[in-house]
Design a protein around this ligand. Structure first.
Ligand SMILES: O=c1[nH]cnc2c1ncn2[C@@H]1O[C@H](CO)[C@@H](O)[C@H]1O
Ligand SMILES: [Zn+2]
Length: 347
């Protein structure tokens, strides 16, 4: 089914949220060029279009590991206070362009320390950029600190300690990301025990490049209340029941999930089944630059490939509002604002 122009326009106009977006996955090519100039680094192309192939996956992406290789290109340039603050600020700007009113921006503090910053300093600079963006663009933006699977326990404990200084002060949660197939969730029990001790909300990438066992482990042992992707949940009836019983939110990222081969094709993508069965699904971008997407485009795909109606899309957006790791008062205000806007758009 292709969309008519009215539907296209409505998707852009709808107020939206993005709960799963990586800072280093949405750097604009033009910004990377300027950062390279400022830092005296030479890049393989001198214009944004020429750089894009180094930053974005193509149709040949065969796995999560291939997908993740794209981050190696941008990370060396995201090592200074100025660069971190700038890209964080520009994420908020990109959200505003899509009428995305609330965003949680995640990043791995340990990935930005080559220039000598501490994990706490990295978090502080990102939050500063986000908060400047909040003021200029009227979007609410919070940070999520990521523990990386390929890193050791000590480095990840350090991320949790640093994050705990900012929880509720610009930082919403901690996460675990990276190569899921080779580093199962159970390796990180000690790390997320500390997060739970410190009272930091937990979301975990699971069921993307490995089976439902990681989702189960994330919920029952690591304290996750939200799961990044969760695509492979359907391989276990037991895990599906656990997710339902505990009201776990799935942060699905359709375009990324196809590219990383979490599923083999759109036909096999379970989002319609999960929605119809009453799971708390949300729709997110993951990495706008790496995946060549926007939050509007993700909803477009839902309508085009899965016949979601605008009413259903509004319901998914409200799932996202409810799942936001934000104080109740601001969440309530956002919910009311969104409902008013949906009514105005006659949805
Ligand atoms: O979909 C994903 N699954 C797992 N890890 C991811 C995904 N997208 C990005 N990252 C990883 O998270 C790091 C910090 O943002 C990125 O550098 C990348 O390695
Ligand atoms: Zn992700």
């Amino acid at each position: 089914m292709s969309l008519n122009r009215n539907e296209e326009a409505l998707l852009l106009q709808l107020p939206k949220v993005d709960l799963h977006l990586h800072l280093d996955g949405c750097v604009k090519p033009g910004t990377l060029l300027e950062l390279a100039n400022e830092q005296g680094v030479s890049l393989p192309a001198a214009d944004p279009e020429g750089l894009l192939p180094y930053m974005q996956v193509d149709d040949d992406c065969d796995s999560l590991v291939t997908y993740l290789s794209k981050f190696d290109f941008v990370l060396p340039l995201l090592q200074t206070p100025e660069a971190l603050e700038r890209v964080a600020y520009e994420v908020v700007e990109q959200c505003a362009e899509q009428n995305c009113k609330y965003v949680e921006v995640r990043f791995g503090p340990q990935l930005h320390r080559i220039g000598g910053l501490s994990a706490s300093e990295v978090i502080a600079h990102v939050i500063k950029g986000l908060q400047r963006g909040e003021k200029d663009f009227g979007v609410i933006a919070q940070a999520i600190a990521i523990c990386m699977r390929h890193q050791g326990i000590q480095e990840n404990l350090e991320v949790i300690e640093a994050a705990s200084q900012f929880t509720g002060k610009g930082l919403a949660a901690v996460d675990l990301a990276g190569d899921e197939a080779n580093y199962p969730a159970e390796l990180f029990r000690q790390v997320f025990e500390l997060a739970q001790e410190r009272g930091i909300p937990v979301t975990i990438h699971a069921g993307e490049a490995a089976g439902p066992g990681n989702i189960q482990e994330a919920i029952t042992k690591l304290g996750a209340t939200r799961i990044g992707h969760g695509v492979r949940m359907r391989e276990s009836a037991e895990v599906m029941e656990l997710v339902r019983r505990q009201g776990i939110v799935l942060e699905m990222c359709p375009i990324s999930n196809i590219q990383t081969k979490a599923v083999s094709s759109w036909d096999a993508y379970p989002i319609r089944d999960y929605y119809d069965q009453g799971y708390l699904i949300t729709v997110n971008t993951d990495n706008p630059t790496v995946s060549g997407t926007t939050i509007t485009k993700e909803y477009h795909v839902l309508m085009e490939k899965f016949n979601f109606t605008l009413q259903e899309i509004a319901a998914i957006i409200l799932n996202g509002v409810d799942a936001a790791l934000l104080d109740e008062q601001r969440k309530q205000a956002m919910r009311q604002e969104f409902q008013r806007k949906f009514a105005e758009l006659e949805i």
